[in-house]
Design a protein around this ligand. Structure first.
Ligand SMILES: [Zn+2]
Length: 393
């Protein structure tokens, strides 16, 4: 299925533009008309992180006339392994500003719009309305569903990508011509089931593989060339080095883009929709959450405690709390960890940031360890408040 171009051509290209884009202009399918469409195009990239970095760089170089970037975060040293739009001297700087500076350096002929703010249900409709197409480089389900809903409600196409370890996926969601993200994933995954890249890691170069697919699809949609990735899901396996595409059908029962939609405006709270932690875990941690300072004082006072790290072995290797015993979360979920727990000590669970340990705490309390607690904020809060000399990841 080919689609008509999303954007009308600009009136003309300047001499500088002709010189700069000559390798595009001599491709018959792109040509003058295609490049003028790119010049007239307004594209927003949500997130200047792993996917946003290559996406913004190549969209800028390609001559997309108006390029928006929205990100509220600041550049951290642990970003530089994959977020190649930022450099060492950008650490601590807002990502949106850092990305905009790189974009201007690559192509001073385009306009960059910096949105140094959180994308929220309050601003998403206004911001999206100013663009022809959205490139989604977000890394969490709450924002992803919000991006999808806003794009569908506004009738805008968006190019989605997702990365984890060695695996990547990409698709184009455009309810007018095919399925939306909710057709593919009607429900967010249960909290704690799908680890984020911060928890599970990501091969840096995977971002380039998926980000470049996203730019490729954006250019095709803007100029109306080729077969867009509408109604298809591209699945990339970097270890096997395979690309597969599978058909994704529009779900006639989709609550958002189906025949009888029940979601006709943005949800009030996408965080709640995706649930940071499960109800059981929320119940378990209430009144049973300690701070890193408390844990430290218990250790110093020689309290009878048993500290368990529920992260994965490779995370434990990077940094761990002194004296903590490693029992990964999976062993709590399958029950095998329970027999290893001492009956005569107070159990203290921790993970990286407190989500996984909350899930484990629910299991442990159900098994009768009613005085067990978990460390709010995980090893990250320990590093922040007790021992800032330790590495973070
Ligand atoms: Zn749908």
């Amino acid at each position: 299925m080919s689609l008509p171009p999303l954007v009308e051509p600009a009136a003309e290209l300047t001499v500088d533009e002709v010189r700069r884009y000559s390798r595009h202009l001599i491709i018959p399918d792109v040509g003058m008309a295609g490049q003028k469409r790119l010049k007239n195009a307004k594209v927003l990239c949500v997130g200047a992180g792993g996917l946003g970095s290559p996406a913004l760089l190549y969209l800028a170089a390609a001559g997309v006339g108006t390029l928006g970037v929205i990100d509220f975060d600041v550049v951290d040293e642990s970003n530089l392994q994959r977020q190649v739009i930022h450099g060492q001297s950008d650490v601590g700087r807002p990502k949106a500003e850092s990305a905009a500076a790189s974009v201007r350096e690559i192509n001073p002929l385009i306009d960059v719009v910096v949105h140094n703010e959180v994308l929220t249900t309050e601003n998403v409709m206004d911001i999206f309305a100013r663009y022809d197409l959205i490139v989604d480089g977000t890394d969490n389900f709450a924002t992803r569903y919000m991006v999808n809903d806003a794009a569908v409600l506004l009738g805008k196409p968006y190019v989605w990508g997702s990365i984890y370890r060695f695996d990547g996926q990409a698709s184009v969601f455009w309810a007018e011509h095919g399925p939306c993200y909710r057709c593919l994933y009607p429900e967010p995954p249960p909290p704690g089931m799908v680890p984020s890249c911060a928890e599970g890691g990501v091969l840096g170069v995977l971002c380039a593989s998926i980000g470049s697919i996203q730019v490729n699809e954006a250019i095709k949609l803007l100029t109306g060339i080729g077969e867009p990735l509408v109604g298809r899901l591209m699945i990339y396996d970097a270890l096997e080095m395979t690309y597969r595409s599978v058909k994704v059908r529009k779900d006639p029962e989709c609550v958002l883009c189906g025949k009888n939609p029940t979601v006709t405006e943005l949800l009030e709270d996408y965080e709640a929709f995706c649930g940071a932690v499960s109800e059981e875990a929320q119940e378990a941690v209430s009144g049973s959450t300690i701070t890193a300072a408390e844990l430290k004082s218990w250790q110093d006072a020689g309290e009878n405690i048993y500290v368990i790290d529920v992260r994965e072995p490779n995370e434990y290797e990077i940094v761990s709390i002194p004296g903590a015993v490693l029992i990964p979360k999976g062993e709590f979920l399958n029950g095998s960890a329970l027999e290893r727990l001492p009956q005569d000590k107070k159990i203290v669970l921790h993970c990286k940031s407190g989500v996984r340990s909350a899930e484990c705490l629910a299991v442990v309390k159900n098994a009768g360890f009613s005085d067990a607690v978990h460390l709010g904020g995980g090893v990250l809060s320990w590093i922040k408040t007790v021992d800032p000399s330790l590495p973070t990841y």
